[in-house]
Design a protein around this ligand. Structure first.
Ligand code: MF3
Ligand code: CO
Length: 285
C-alpha cells in the first residue's frame, strides 16, 4: 500500500538534527500531519503576538464596559476602530477579503461574521458575540466574547455558559505532542452532553504572522487526528455552539453573515493561544 506522507518538517540544511527535529520527524515518518517549521514561532514573534493581544483585550474590555440595550452594532464598530487606531494598531477585519467593518458582531441566530450596522439595535435578552482581531507591528491576535444584554432566557444563558466551558475544555485537552483532534473531540463531547451541537463549517486557525494560518482547528472530531501540536505553535480555539442543528448558511445578500439553518441561537468564545512545553497559554487575556 502506498502511504502518502506530507513532508512538512524540513530540518535545517547542513545542521545536525536537534532533539525537536528528531521528535517531529518520528511523527512525520509514522504518517502524522506535522507543522512546517514556519508555524513554530520564535520567542520574539510570540512576544509580538502577546503585545498585539494586549490591545485586542483592551478593545474587548472597552466593549464589555459600554455595551447595552439601545446601542447599534455600528456604535460597537466605532469603539473598536477608535480604540485600536489610538493604540497604534489596525483592526484586522477591516477590508479583509472585502469585509467592510472593523469587528464582527453576531446576534442570537447569527453564528459569526455579522456586519455592524446603524440599523441593528441591541435589545434586552439578546446574546451577542463580539469578535475582535488586531494587527500590531505586523502581529495578529484574535479573540471573541459573548455578552448578554440585560436578562435573557435560561436556555440562552446556558448556551453562552456551555460555549465558554467548551473553550476552556478544548484548551485543557491540547497537550504538546498531542493532536489538534484532541481539542475538537473534547469540545464536541461537552457540547453534545449538554444537548447542543457544534458548527462544522468554520474552525479555529493558526494566527500570528497572518490572520489565518495552518492548522485548521476543528471543534469536533476524533482524538489523535489532525496536526501534531508542537511547542511554539500559535492558534485560536473558537467553538461555535448551536442550540439546535449544527447546520449553517451564509446570507446571500452580504456574503458574510453566517446564520443557523433553524434560526435557533448560537454562541462562541475565542482566544489566541501559544503551545508551551506544558500546555496552552492564553495570549489574549
Ligand atoms: N475573527 C474571525 C476569526 O475568528 C475572522 C473574521 S474574518 C472577517 O477568524 F473578515 F470577517 F473579519
Ligand atoms: Co479566529
Amino acid at each position: 500500500m502506498l502511504r502518502r506522507i506530507r513532508h512538512n518538517w524540513r530540518p535545517e540544511k547542513g545542521q545536525p538534527l536537534t532533539e525537536l527535529d528528531k521528535k517531529v520527524l518520528y511523527y512525520q515518518n509514522k504518517g502524522c500531519l506535522v507543522p512546517s517549521r514556519r508555524l513554530i514561532k520564535t520567542p520574539e514573534q510570540i512576544e509580538g503576538i502577546r503585545r498585539s493581544g494586549v490591545v485586542n483585550t483592551g478593545v474587548l474590555d472597552l466593549v464589555e464596559k459600554e455595551i447595552k440595550a439601545g446601542m447599534s452594532t455600528a456604535e460597537i464598530d466605532r469603539l473598536v476602530y477608535d480604540y485600536t487606531v489610538s493604540h497604534g494598531a489596525i483592526p484586522a477585519p477591516l477590508n479583509y477579503e472585502g469585509f467592510p467593518k472593523s469587528v464582527c458582531t453576531s446576534i442570537n441566530e447569527v453564528v459569526c461574521h455579522g456586519i455592524p450596522s446603524e440599523e441593528e439595535i441591541l435589545e434586552e435578552g439578546d446574546i451577542i458575540n463580539v469578535d475582535v482581531s488586531t494587527i500590531l507591528d505586523g502581529y495578529y491576535s484574535d479573540a471573541s466574547r459573548m455578552f448578554i444584554i440585560g436578562q435573557t432566557t435560561p436556555e440562552k444563558e446556558k448556551l453562552v455558559r456551555v460555549a465558554k466551558e467548551c473553550l476552556q475544555i478544548g484548551m485543557e485537552a491540547a497537550r504538546p505532542f498531542g493532536f489538534v483532534g484532541d481539542i475538537g473531540h473534547a469540545i464536541q463531547k461537552h457540547a453534545e452532553r449538554n444537548g447542543f451541537s457544534v458548527v462544522r463549517d468554520l474552525c479555529g486557525h493558526g494566527v500570528g504572522l497572518e490572520f489565518h494560518e495552518d492548522p485548521d482547528v476543528e471543534h469536533f472530531g476524533k482524538k489523535g487526528t489532525g496536526m501534531l501540536l508542537v511547542p511554539g505553535m500559535v492558534f485560536t480555539i473558537e467553538p461555535m455552539i448551536n442550540m439546535g442543528t449544527y447546520r449553517v448558511f451564509v446570507d446571500e445578500e452580504d456574503g458574510w453573515t453566517v446564520v443557523t439553518e433553524d434560526e435557533l441561537p448560537s454562541a462562541q468564545w475565542e482566544h489566541t493561544f501559544v503551545m508551551t512545553e506544558d500546555g496552552l497559554e492564553i495570549l489574549t487575556y
